[in-house]
Design a protein around this ligand. Structure first.
Ligand code: GLA
Length: 336
């Protein structure tokens, strides 16, 4: 397992006939994981640097520096870019929803701001981003409502979603446009996502795919639920992207904070899970055209300290030293 990096199979080569293999990156990992990223991945996504709050912190003041650097890295290495994300209830600055005089912006005002943001951002990278997460996480996890409470919904009304897709399509007619969400394999939420996307298609909205975030763990979700979700979404005739894959080594009720390294049992279980997941992705590779991890190696993951403070996690195929884990070999070897 300690082969020199050059003789390792490369993820992007292993899956070249099936789907792109991507990683979320940030300014730190673009430096520290540079070699790993350029060797194994043929798609990247900004973990945070293309979110509304990062690109337009104040009205009309755009900050593209970090996003541009990521685009340069991608171009230099012939890597594709997934854009993430245009319209979301999180990481969006408060000014977007305010009228500047202590009140709330009007529906027309909010849609105009949405359009300006999308025109500017999508227009800047037109032709260089193959897919955008246009709307992120608009569906409610539970309860009778399809859509979750948010300022987008309460101010603009439910057609904020359709408008976002229309604006994005006008700004870059060549980009594939995605609706992206988590808990995507949970049956109750799956049906809501299906209902939302079907209604967009029925209205003729330019939407091309569904993003399955796939923040999964060694315990959840069940294989059958994943297959059912993929089949249900694929039945709409859309492309599917796995957009934020990671496999936490902790089950939901495991709140231990004392581990300095993952147990052998965790690594074995994670490898089995990864084997299952990639078998599923291969089975549905007619529909699944891109699989993005929400990071690349265990030295950096948003799951460190979340949702349990003071706890490290080890969710990827490569360890903190960028060496392949048992999970890597299961994914690669099951290919044969
Ligand atoms: C969601 C978002 C991502 C990211 C993760 C946590 O899944 O879509 O952009 O913020 O949460 O890192």
């Amino acid at each position: 397992m300690t082969q020199p990096a050059t003789s390792l199979p490369k993820l992007k080569d292993v899956f070249q006939d099936q789907f792109l293999v991507g990683a979320a990156v940030n300014p730190r990992t673009l430096k520290e994981q540079r070699t790993l990223l350029s060797e194994h991945f043929n798609s990247i996504t900004a973990e945070n640097e293309m979110k509304f709050e990062r690109l337009q912190p104040e009205e009309g003041r755009y900050t593209f520096e970090h996003a541009d650097r990521m685009m340069d890295f991608a171009e230099e290495h012939g890597i594709g870019v997934r854009g993430h994300t245009l319209v979301w209830h999180n990481q969006t600055p408060a000014w977007v929803f305010e009228d500047g005089a202590g009140g709330q912006i009007s529906r027309e005002g909010l849609l105009a701001r949405m359009k300006t943001h999308i025109d500017t951002v999508v227009g800047r990278y037109r032709g260089n981003i193959y897919a955008w997460d246009v709307v992120n996480e608009a569906v409610a996890d539970s309860g009778p409502e399809v859509l979750r409470e948010s300022p987008w919904l309460s101010i603009a009304g439910e057609d904020f979603i359709a408008r976002a897709f229309e604006y994005a399509h006008a700004a870059d007619p060549g980009a594939l446009l995605f609706y992206n969400d988590y808990n995507e394999a949970v049956p109750e939420k799956r049906e809501k996502i299906y209902t939302l996307v079907k209604s967009l298609l029925d209205q003729g909205v330019p939407i091309h795919g569904i993003g399955l975030q796939a923040h999964w763990s060694i315990a959840h979700p069940a294989e059958d639920d994943i297959r059912r979700a993929i089949e249900r979404y694929a039945s709409l005739g859309l492309k599917l992207h796995i957009t934020e894959l990671d496999v936490s080594v902790f089950a939901h009720d495991d709140k231990r904070t004392d581990l300095q390294s993952p147990s052998e049992e965790m690594m074995t279980r994670q490898a089995e899970r990864y084997e299952t997941f990639f078998r599923i992705f291969r089975d549905y590779s007619e529909s699944i055209t891109s699989v993005t991890f929400w990071g690349a190696a265990d030295d950096y993951t948003w799951l460190d300290n979340f949702p349990v403070r003071g706890r490290k996690n080890w969710p990827f195929l490569f360890d903190a030293g960028h060496q392949p884990k048992a999970s890597f070999w299961k994914v690669v070897e099951d290919k044969a």
